[in-house]
Design a protein around this ligand. Structure first.
Ligand SMILES: *Cc1c(COP(=O)(O)O)cnc(C)c1O
Length: 389
């Protein structure tokens, strides 16, 4: 089979909502993947921040295989030990005993759950941020602050205002006693890895508390150890009311979660929300395996060291303006809008990255990527940057 044959079939059978890919990936091990023609790539994107332990990690393979061979699904008419254990674990990771978890399959669904939860405060107004990404379903899209993604699908949910990210004055003007919730990414991932001012989250927390609004932290991309913390907001010292997770949670399997803390944990009543697959035994088995490995191998400490290495090396490469982000969620800002070209040339050289926008290369590799692989990426990146074009 050839890449080109599969791509031809893709374009005839898959909806035209994505860009058309150029290669088909068929297997992987750690941070290396292979396309259908056998060409090897170094994977710096990790399934868009999902494959936190890389591809085919033995602990995930074992947990998933054993579970699917025992019981694949039960529905929420019945309990399952994995679901309970994972919920307990996630709550423990927040450090707040009061937490309660709702499981879904994706980031959009986790944010939908938060949106519905916020309606149970009796308020309906919501504050989100410009350029944010919270998902593509109608509720999540209503939260998303990107006009190009929203406008074809208007009208969306009413009562949501979008303020400039990182601007505490704008936030102060927007939050009132009628605000049900404020939703924020600790670092904006899709927007191009945008880091807010250091005290931003703390100040938004204060505003939410003063006005009785829920603070929802969308940790879908920043979560699961990616930034060197479990959820990406911990550096700020705040406690949110709600945390949403997905991407990395299932280590490559589709799993999302909404963790509500304190009084927010008591807002849903029986019948308020649900999901057939929510808390599936197989995906939760994967998540439990992922968390165990992150803890056992102290990957969050490793990720912080990797950040230093990449930042220091890549920042010196001619044509690089800055390197932003935390842990292994990094945005490489180029001096000129050539991110798409650079990403394409890297792919030809056997390196997978993503152009988050015209001038930003985003990397979100597996948390257990090796130092050798990181160095290889840095040198191939430097090579591509030095190409004449
Ligand atoms: C990817 C992402 C989502 C949406 O997740 P899906 O699983 O694609 O629905 C929501 N919020 C953030 C911050 C994301 O990065």
């Amino acid at each position: 089979m050839k890449n080109s044959d599969l791509i031809k079939r893709w374009s005839k059978s898959i909806q035209d909502n994505y860009g058309i890919p150029t290669i088909a990936l068929v297997r992987g091990k750690g941070s290396e993947v292979y396309d259908v023609e056998g060409k090897k790539y170094l994977d710096l994107l990790g399934g868009i921040a999902t494959n936190v332990l890389g591809h085919a990690h033995p602990a995930v393979v074992k947990a998933v295989s054993q579970q699917v061979a025992t019981m694949g699904h039960v529905s929420n008419f019945y309990a399952h030990p994995n679901v309970i254990e994972l919920a307990e674990k996630l709550v423990a990771m927040t450090g707040e005993k009061s937490g309660r978890v709702f499981f879904a399959q994706s980031g959009a669904e986790a944010n939908e759950a938060a949106l519905k939860l916020s309606r149970r405060t009796g308020r309906t107004r919501i504050v989100a941020t410009q350029s944010s990404f919270h998902g593509r379903t109608m509720g999540a899209l209503s939260l998303t602050g990107q006009p190009s993604k929203r406008e074809p699908f208007l009208p969306l949910i009413k009562g949501i205002s979008h303020v400039p990210y990182g601007d505490i004055k704008a936030m102060r003007r927007a939050i009132t006693k009628k605000t049900a919730m404020v939703i924020l990414e600790p670092i904006m991932g899709e927007a191009g890895v945008i880091v807010p001012p250091l005290d931003y989250l703390e100040q938004v927390r204060e505003l939410c508390t003063a006005n009785g609004a829920l603070l929802v932290i969308d940790a879908v991309q920043t979560g699961m150890g990616r930034t060197g913390d479990w959820f990406g907001y911990e550096y700020s010292g705040i406690t949110p009311d709600v945390i949403t997770l997905a991407k990395g949670l299932g280590g490559g399997l589709p799993l999302g979660a909404m963790i509500a803390l304190g009084n927010a944990a008591k807002l849903f009543a029986p019948g308020d929300h649900g999901s057939t697959f929510g808390g599936n035994p197989v995906t939760t088995a994967a998540a439990l395996a992922v968390i165990k490995v992150i803890e056992k191998e102290k990957l969050m400490a490793k990720v912080r060291k990797d950040q230093e290495l990449i930042m220091q090396t890549v920042a010196l490469i001619p044509g690089v303006k800055e390197v932003r982000g935390a842990g292994l969620l990094l945005g490489i800002e180029l001096e000129s809008p050539q991110a798409v070209t650079i990403a394409r040339e890297l792919q030809t050289l056997g390196v997978l990255v993503n152009a988050a926008n015209a001038s930003t290369i985003r990397i979100a590799p597996a948390l257990n990527i090796s130092t050798m692989q990181i160095k290889k990426f840095c040198s191939l990146f430097e090579k591509v940057m030095s190409n004449e074009r």
